[in-house]
Design a protein around this ligand. Structure first.
Ligand SMILES: *Cc1c(COP(=O)(O)O)cnc(C)c1O
Length: 383
């Protein structure tokens, strides 16, 4: 047996040790974390729906009707009317024939790759893809290849080198640690040219991007027909939990037959599906939430610009400040916390070595006064 303590000490020495913080109360800009009042800039609750009155009311009503838990997997007797109605609403909203719910986004990505490809096939991934897409590719048993970030030409070359077997191309829609948006139009063209499956994981685009919140496809004006597999999570902009994969009838039926992370797990509580349907209604009927988020992103980036705080070219709610060195990044995050600002330090292996960063995320619920406090704290640290 290996010495776990030795390994843990090594992590601490390398400033890679991970710890949880305890929050009291709901997800919102002003939170109590580890007993301390902070302004949070690290949530994925981009529209403030996690603590929205109507979403909470739908959740409570769902519990009253369906009880607390689903009691079984979807293929036993855990697939409720609530799950079914949400799947239909998601299919209609995204413009795909069908949608299938998964209990988490991580599981959706593992299940998808494993259901579609295996030994002798190839999975091609953007090198900055989310860990769940990488793990999905690895677990599928197919050969894994990683192409240069957002580089359609490199994908083209790599696809051309694979002459047999199925090919599955996976990309984040909005890259989760960088905030830039995938070049879906170019990637979809290359996939069509090579007869490859193409999947977009829109965890950070769904609900947020596009005039109607339909995500990265709507943002780029790409037709659903060009992206045969669309996946998004429900625990971010929608403020609840879970995920779905949308696509053709055959795709969804195949996943129901073969995706192990769909078959061998308990269905999420029906009340979560009811709450999510309420979130989706808000996404449709309150475009001003996206407007408020956009305004905050613009306000933050222009204030940083004025003060010479260096950002990337991200146009989304994810605004990384790349510091590079792990120890410095952790120290800066601690200095911010001392000033009542919660921004997490993102370190390797979540991001490539030498690119440790503060991952600032903005929400529609932040006020300009909140953002002013973040900016002045960043400015003090920088100088
Ligand atoms: C968060 C995230 C996931 C995982 O979704 P969960 O529902 O939290 O398991 C998958 N892909 C991307 C790009 C993500 O950001």
């Amino acid at each position: 047996m290996k010495d776990l303590n030795k390994e843990l000490h090594q992590r601490k020495a390398n400033h890679l040790y991970r710890k949880r913080r305890i929050s009291d109360g709901p997800q919102q800009p002003e939170m109590i974390i580890d007993g301390k009042q902070v302004i949070s800039f690290c949530s994925n609750d981009y529209l403030g729906l996690a603590n929205h009155t109507e979403v909470k009311a739908a959740f409570i009503k769902g519990v009253e009707h369906y009880g607390a838990g689903s009691g079984a997997a979807h293929l036993i007797n855990g697939h409720s009317r609530a799950h079914h109605a949400l799947e239909q609403a998601l299919a209609e909203f995204t413009g795909y024939p069908r949608a299938l719910l998964f209990s988490t986004g991580y599981m959706a990505n593992l299940g998808l790759a494993q259901a579609l490809v295996g030994k002798g096939d190839t999975v091609l991934e953007d090198r900055l893809n989310h860990a769940s897409l990488l793990d999905g590719g690895l677990l599928s048993g197919a050969r894994m290849m990683r192409y240069q970030h957002n580089a359609a030409e490199d994908l083209d070359t790599k696809l051309a080198s694979r002459t047999s077997g199925e090919k599955l191309v996976l990309t984040d829609g909005v890259f989760s640690m960088d905030g830039d948006i995938a070049e879906i139009t170019a990637l979809a063209n290359i996939c069509q040219k090579h007869g490859a499956w193409f999947m977009v994981d829109d965890a950070h685009g769904f609900g947020v991007l596009g005039a109607n919140g339909r995500g990265t496809l709507e943002h780029h004006g790409v037709a659903t027909a060009d992206v045969p597999i669309y996946m998004a999570t429900l625990g971010k902009a929608l403020g609840t939990a879970g995920a779905f994969i949308a696509g053709s009838d055959e795709l969804v039926e195949t996943l129901i037959q073969k995706a192990r992370t769909y078959i061998y797990t308990t269905a999420s509580p029906p009340a979560v599906a009811e709450a999510t349907r309420a979130s989706l209604d808000i996404i449709k009927s309150h475009p001003e939430l996206r407007g408020r988020l956009k305004n905050n992103i613009h306000y933050f980036t222009s204030c940083c610009d004025q003060l010479g705080i260096e950002l990337t070219n991200s146009q989304t709610a994810i605004q990384p400040v790349i510091i590079g060195d792990t120890q410095t990044t952790v120290a800066v995050s601690e200095q911010l916390l001392a000033q009542g600002i919660l921004v997490t330090a993102i370190r390797p292996p979540t991001v490539p070595e030498g690119t440790a960063r503060l991952r600032i995320t903005l929400s529609a619920t932040h006020s300009h006064a909140h953002i002013d406090k973040l900016i002045s704290a960043l400015d003090v640290i920088q100088s």
